[in-house]
Design a protein around this ligand. Sequence first.
Ligand SMILES: NC(=O)c1ccc[n+]([C@@H]2O[C@H](COP(=O)([O-])OP(=O)(O)OC[C@H]3O[C@@H](n4cnc5c(N)ncnc54)[C@H](OP(=O)(O)O)[C@@H]3O)[C@@H](O)[C@H]2O)c1
Length: 295
Amino acid sequence: MTVMKKVLVVGASGYLGRYVVNEFKERGYHVRALVRNPEQIKTPGTNGEPAVYNIADEIVTGDVTSPESLKGLCEGIDIVFSSFCPAASDSKRNNFDLYHLANRKILDQAVVAKVSRFIYVSVFNEDKISDLSLTRFHEQFVADLEASGLSWAVIRPNGYFSDMERFFAMARTGHMFMVGQGDKKMNPVHGADIAQVCADAVNGDCRKIVVGGPDIYTFREIMEMAFLACGKTPWITSFPLWLAEGALMGIKLFNRNIADLMSFAVEAVKSDHVAPAYGRRHLQNFFAELAIALK
Ligand SMILES: NC(=O)c1ccc[n+]([C@@H]2O[C@H](COP(=O)([O-])OP(=O)(O)OC[C@H]3O[C@@H](n4cnc5c(N)ncnc54)[C@H](OP(=O)(O)O)[C@@H]3O)[C@@H](O)[C@H]2O)c1
């Protein structure tokens, strides 16, 4: 008799986490999902990610910053997957030390439970955006994971389709601002395609896996595609990089969250961000689905 392997998904209510719950379940795993609010996963996410309430085998309600709610989280677990990310709207988000400690607590539990693999999602091109608080938070944990003695895999995805939704939302207003000329390239990737890579990562050597989508676009092409999906004529106003960088310096003094978001956007347009291609889902179809959902 084959014993069903158990996977814990931390971040199971998020864009990627939901696809990962789905993917592991389809591959025959027993899935334990950690969520803050089970009600949230009863319906699909805003970018089409699945409702997983009836897909997960076990739902644990907990908050990573509340150790009491995490008791026994890794008991009986073979594989831990984490796409945990402090929400931008979370008032505690600036306190990355708190979240680092929380992540450590889960890692400590995984070590005690002797899990066979810990899969963690960080960011792509971490060296180019090493100044961002979120990058430092992720990379601190990656270092902890490498030193833990556990078998691990770190996934480094390019921009998610859920992030490209911002372009779609702006296109709906009929106008978009763009930093620079929009000529740099990237290959965004669908959550379901990343989830397959994550589930494939349970086996093999400890490794870092860089993941992009199947199509490479310039930023301007992505914007134009978003306008077309909305049925609007592209109207894009570009402003120079030096202006964005100057504004960024000022904003850094007042609001770290907005500064992080802007730094990311500014960094993104400075160079190409093309990762090894995985998957088969296309951004054009994603935008078309968003447009249909509005009707
Ligand atoms: N978006 C991108 O383009 C991109 C690209 C590369 C890498 N990444 C990385 O990929 C990871 C996943 O991204 P995503 O877009 O799937 O993120 P997401 O949708 O924001 O999901 C984050 C998950 O973390 C959970 N969470 C936040 N605070 C929590 C807490 N205190 N206790 C328990 N759970 C908590 C969220 O729960 P709630 O639903 O309750 O908030 C959610 O399930 C992130 O680490 C991100 O940095 C993202």
